[in-house]
Design a protein around this ligand. Structure first.
Ligand code: SAM
Ligand code: DTB
Ligand code: SF4
Length: 339
């Protein structure tokens, strides 16, 4: 009997620029597992058919309410379940302090300002009203505004939309089969419900996940399948590499191979041609060359600024130099409609 040949670029159907919402996990995994140069080439063709390759969005992050979160996400230093991280529980930052940080981020060249709160879900009342003021303030500066606050009700999503929120970040984190190994305090279905509430309110969806938590390639492909089979696709898809924070259950995890991140960015680009694929947490561990390979493969957004939420990000000067060295001079346009 002759062995079945490995899939190669020559025998896998090339989808070209079509936008699909009917992917199977097997198809996505076959794309993911292509020989690397074929994969990156394909992703680059799709990227250039749908996007301006000189448009790389810079998104700055601020933790507006840090620590003490009731959820038990195994990767997260802000979970109250992982006391050994030593992360104290802090109060919501005042609106004026947040807007000062937003102004500084704009000054440094950010296109989007993202605010994260370690909540299971926001409570209606003065704190939620303060978040609405932060959103209005960031929009008034001419930046895109994104928040991530945990689960949302339809009416909270509606109020965020009315405040002018550009996008809501709510990650699926991984594929449905591996999810239960990482989080027990809320379900995959809870996450999907919030995403639907965000979409219904007319806010852009920012939804992605993490590689390097012990999941298999099939779980990575399964997560991309769930995202890509949403119609429209999420407007942005953050690809995080696990930051293994001491004191979390995942502290001992080995660093992700940078080429795995390249593969994930490329596959996300192929199955969601117009989404902003954001090279997110863990970028600090990537060489300039690995980052450039991710951009070739269709990543077109980065977190910009020296802090993520509680951990360090790449230095602003180094990022500015990297973008200059590869000739990125175009200011990213505001959120385009997804398909
Ligand atoms: N509490 C909100 C929630 O979970 O939706 C918002 C904040 S939460 C920190 C936002 C996302 O950051 C998580 O869904 C996860 O994908 C990512 N994240 C958190 N800790 C991380 C880590 N140590 N390494 C990589 N990504 C991480
Ligand atoms: C996302 O996908 N990554 C960001 C943002 N959305 C909120 C957060 C990364 C957090 C990394 C760990 C930390 O700094 O606490
Ligand atoms: Fe809480 Fe979000 Fe961290 Fe999970 S990822 S523990 S929900 S802050």
């Amino acid at each position: 009997m002759t062995a079945t040949p490995e899939p190669t670029a020559a025998i896998l159907p090339f989808e070209g620029p079509a936008i699909r919402h009917d992917w199977t996990v097997a198809e996505i995994q076959a794309i993911h597992d292509l020989p690397l140069l074929d994969l990156v080439h394909r992703a680059s063709v799709v990227h250039r058919a749908h996007n301006d390759p000189a448009d790389i969005q810079r998104a700055s992050l601020l933790s507006i309410k840090t620590g003490g979160c009731p959820e038990d996400c195994a990767y997260c230093p802000q979970s109250a379940h992982h006391k050994a991280t030593g992360q104290p529980r802090e109060r919501l930052m005042p609106v004026d302090a947040v807007l000062r940080e937003a102004a500084a981020a704009k000054e440094a060249g950010a296109h989007r300002f993202c605010m994260g709160a370690a909540w299971r879900q926001p409570k209606d009342g003065p704190e939620f009203d303060a978040v609405l003021s932060m959103v209005r303030g960031v929009r008034a500066m001419g930046m895109e505004a994104c928040v991530t606050l945990g689960m949302l009700t339809p009416s909270q999503a509606q109020r965020l939309a009315e405040a002018g929120l550009t996008s809501y970040n709510h990650n699926l984190d991984t594929g449905p089969d591996f999810y239960g190994d990482i989080i027990s305090t809320r379900t995959y279905a809870d996450r999907l419900d919030t995403l639907e509430n965000v979409r219904e309110a007319g806010i852009g969806v920012c939804c992605g996940g993490i590689v390097g938590m012990g999941e298999g390639v099939r779980d990575r492909a399964a997560m991309l399948q769930v995202l890509a089979n949403h119609a429209p696709h999420p407007e942005s898809v953050p690809i995080n590499a696990l930051v293994a924070v001491p004191g979390t259950p995942l502290e001992g995890r080995a660093a992700v191979d940078p080429l795995d991140i390249v593969r994930m960015c490329a596959t996300a680009r192929i199955v969601m041609p117009r989404a902003r694929v954001r090279l997110s947490a863990g970028r600090k561990e990537l060489s300039r060359e690995a980052q450039i390979l991710c951009f070739m493969a269709g990543a077109n957004s980065i977190f910009y600024g020296e802090r993520l939420l509680t951990t360090a990000n790449n230095e602003t000067d180094a990022d500015a130099e990297l973008l200059k060295d590869i000739g990125i001079t175009v200011a990213a346009p505001v959120l385009a409609a997804a398909e």
